[in-house]
Write a protein that binds this ligand. Structure first.
Ligand code: C5P
Length: 247
């Protein structure tokens, strides 16, 4: 399958607290985005990498332009688009930037910059084997509960009350890259555009849009190295991984 990776890197990175887009935050002396790009290229699964950058960010644009020069002949086509105000908008901008003939798309968070090659391969192998949608997952170690807020209830003794406990054996933590046939991804994101603001705000990954279509979403094994760098603690973990991967 002719595959592309849409790398979404247009987030603000506010939770990391560096006062710059997360993709630009240094990790092991290089911007997070560079690690993400190198990982994708090393996996060899993509003929195109389309990066959604914060609109107007010249620094990250220049970084990508320099990286393009580094790419060997026969490497993927590297294209840049302006991201949007939500992650889904950034993915849609990426879809619009895909070249003709792309049959499969892996949507990947730049924040999961240390994703091992093996995960890209498991996702792309499942697509090649006939899946329309495939996500990398890990078992959950914590017990996960649902809660509802008690804010505004003057009799409440705490800010939240538990409403239920999901069976842990059935739960999975979901990572990226998430892989889709091009038609499945297009349909999923077209459907999403009809959502109201509240529904749109609840969309945290692409697979949930595919689930709504009724298309089966398959799960393959993810990796603890694919952690999503979100908080300062995650950055410490990521720095540690660079010094000695868990294998
Ligand atoms: O903010 P969140 O944790 O959902 O971000 C996940 C990924 O989506 C990050 O790599 C971030 O750069 C990207 N993103 C984006 N455009 C946005 C928001 C997030 O590309 N508007």
């Amino acid at each position: 399958l002719a595959a592309a990776v849409i790398l979404v890197a247009a987030g603000s990175g506010q939770r990391l607290g560096y006062g710059m887009p997360k993709a630009a935050v240094p990790l092991g002396g290089e911007p997070i985005l560079m690690h993400a790009l190198r990982g994708i290229v090393a996996s060899g699964i993509a003929s195109q990498v389309c990066v959604a950058l914060p609109a107007g960010d010249q620094g990250l644009r220049r970084l990508c332009d320099d990286f393009r020069e580094e790419l060997a002949d026969g490497g993927p086509l590297l294209t840049l688009v302006d991201g949007g105000s939500t992650r889904a908008d950034s993915v849609r901008a990426g879809i619009a930037g895909l070249m003709e003939g792309i049959e499969a798309v892996l949507v990947h968070d730049a924040a999961r910059a240390l994703t091992p090659e093996s995960v890209f391969h498991r996702v792309s192998d499942a697509l090649a084997a006939g899946a329309d949608a495939v996500i990398p997952v890990l078992p959950v170690v914590d017990t996960i509960k649902t809660v509802s807020t008690t804010a505004g209830d003057s009799t409440a003794v705490a800010p939240e009350v538990v409403t239920g406990t999901a069976r842990r054996e059935e739960l999975r933590a979901v990572q990226t890259p998430q892989g889709f046939t091009i038609n499945t991804l297009l349909q999923a994101h077209q459907a999403a555009q009809a959502m109201d603001q509240e529904q749109a705000a609840a969309v945290t990954d692409d697979a949930m849009l595919v689930e709504v279509l009724g298309t089966p979403v398959y799960a393959v094994r993810g990796s603890t190295q694919s952690l999503k760098i979100t908080t300062p603690l995650d950055l410490i973990f990521a720095e540690g991984l660079l010094e000695g991967p868990l294998g």
